[in-house]
Design a protein around this ligand. Structure first.
Ligand SMILES: N[C@@H](CCC(=O)N[C@@H](CS)C(=O)NCC(=O)O)C(=O)O
Length: 208
């Protein structure tokens, strides 16, 4: 087995979190390199695209969160082998990534602009994406986004819904997921109750 090191910021969410959980579920040892924000400026130029997460495998780097998630998912049995189901898994991950990209773009805005941009997102694009993601979930039977078992798409979607429901994003109402995609909230709870996901957070002493 390769030696893995996953570098990502030090919080329980975001683009790196599905990879950490997938490795944990798959019993794949990895170095969990949690980069303090204070060190990021110095480390950024050394990353492939100036961003995290980055996975190192025996010293070789892989970037782009969905590529890393798919890779970790394949190692951990959390990525479909059937090509159509794999495409459904990719579709959900890419749709979630669209939402993350919109939200991430607001992080560095001055307060007034941030407020306006986030209110606009909460009034249109976010509920739109949540409603459409919910439709996709329903089209696959309502339990998982692809196939009939947990995949990295379920992890990625659940982590987004957890963030949106937590109230941590100023100007985005915490009840937005419940209003725009109630089944996504149920899905997120189900994912957090998955024994492998539960074990991951229990090991870290995190309540989810
Ligand atoms: N397309 C990239 C985007 C990565 C990205 O923007 N990551 C954020 C953290 S979630 C980041 O590194 N932000 C710091 C920066 O851009 O300087 C991916 O999916 O990995």
């Amino acid at each position: 087995m390769r030696n893995y090191k996953l570098s990502y910021f030090d919080f329980h969410g975001g683009r790196g979190e599905p990879v950490r959980i997938a490795f944990s579920i798959g019993g794949i040892p990895f170095e969990d390199d949690r980069v303090p924000f204070a060190e990021w400026g110095a480390r950024k130029p050394g990353t492939p695209f100036g961003s995290l997460p980055v996975l190192e495998a025996d010293g070789k780097t892989l970037s782009q969160s969905n590529a890393i998630s798919r890779y970790a998912g394949k190692l951990a049995g959390l990525y479909p082998s059937d090509p159509w189901e794999a495409a459904l898994c990719d579709e959900a991950m890419d749709a979630v990534e669209d939402v993350i990209t919109e939200i991430a773009a607001t992080m560095v805005l001055p307060e007034e602009e941030k407020k306006a941009r986030r209110q606009a997102l909460a009034a249109g694009p976010i509920p739109f994406y949540l409603a459409r993601l919910q439709q996709k979930l329903e089209a696959n039977g309502g339990k998982y986004f692809a196939g009939d078992s947990l995949t990295v798409a379920d992890l990625k979607a659940a982590i987004l819904i957890r963030q949106l429901s937590s109230g941590v994003l100023d100007h985005v109402p915490a009840d937005l997921p419940k209003k725009a995609g109630p089944q996504l909230v149920e899905h997120y709870r189900r994912v957090m109750d998955d024994p492998g996901v539960k074990a991951y957070y229990a090991k870290l002493g995190v309540d989810v």
